[in-house]
Design a protein around this ligand. Structure first.
Ligand code: FES
Length: 211
């Protein structure tokens, strides 16, 4: 049987580098693909004197291409400065893998976006974001798309659990349509805080449940 994948893709798929989680990462992100519903999580440790990525790991809940791309971009990113690592794009990842089938482009985009978001998360947490746009309801909603609803494995927005979002005077209020005594209520609240609090002009995040 002939696989549509290059030798290099198969090799990285079978023996992915840098798989796993970094405890207490300096930056992290979870990205989901609208095309297939798969996810990738990326964690980074940063040498803050040199703004250099000391360590990077990923967890993939995606296909072979996604795993192979996560493996190659973590190899490419390790030791690079944040600015250099941000420039890694799916084309570079795909070339480093000896090519990916075009239908699989979104899988490598997903891994690349995961790395970029983890860097962005680090920069937000450390006040390094250069262009600071005021936080809007839209920006909050976009971030809520990265919080998973553990009941379905899809995000909160897609599963219609976000019933209200308000942004005013540095306070973000989010209303989630589950009872506060729900087994996942605390997890969901923690994840929302983790995603929204790093925004530069947000002082407080209030998560309310409908009952
Ligand atoms: Fe979903 Fe590849 S098909 S990540």
């Amino acid at each position: 049987m002939k696989f549509p994948y290059s030798e290099k893709v198969l090799e990285h798929f079978k023996h992915p580098r840098n798989v796993g989680k970094i405890e207490n990462p300096d930056g992290n992100a979870l990205e989901g693909s609208p095309a297939c519903g798969d996810m990738v999580a990326v964690y980074i440790k940063v040498d803050s004197d040199k703004n250099r990525i000391e360590d990077v790991k990923f967890e993939s809940y995606g296909c072979a291409s996604n795993i192979a791309t996560g493996s190659i971009i973590t190899e490419l990113a390790k030791g690079k400065t944040l600015d250099e690592a941000k420039k890694i794009d799916w084309k570079e990842a795909s070339e480093a893998l000896g090519g990916l089938p075009p239908i699989k482009a979104h899988c490598s985009v997903l891994a690349v976006e995961g790395l970029r978001s983890a860097i962005q998360n680090y920069e937000e947490r450390h006040g390094l974001v250069k262009e600071q746009k005021p936080t809007t309801v839209e920006i909050v909603r976009k971030r809520l798309k990265k919080v998973m609803n553990p009941l379905s494995g899809l995000d909160l927005v897609r599963t219609n659990l976000v019933t209200d979002v308000e942004v005013e005077g540095g306070v973000v209020r989010v209303v989630i349509d589950i009872p506060s005594g729900h087994q996942f209520a605390n997890n969901i609240r923690d994840e929302i805080l983790e995603k929204i609090e790093p925004l530069w002009d947000v002082n407080q995040v209030v998560v309310e449940f409908t009952e």
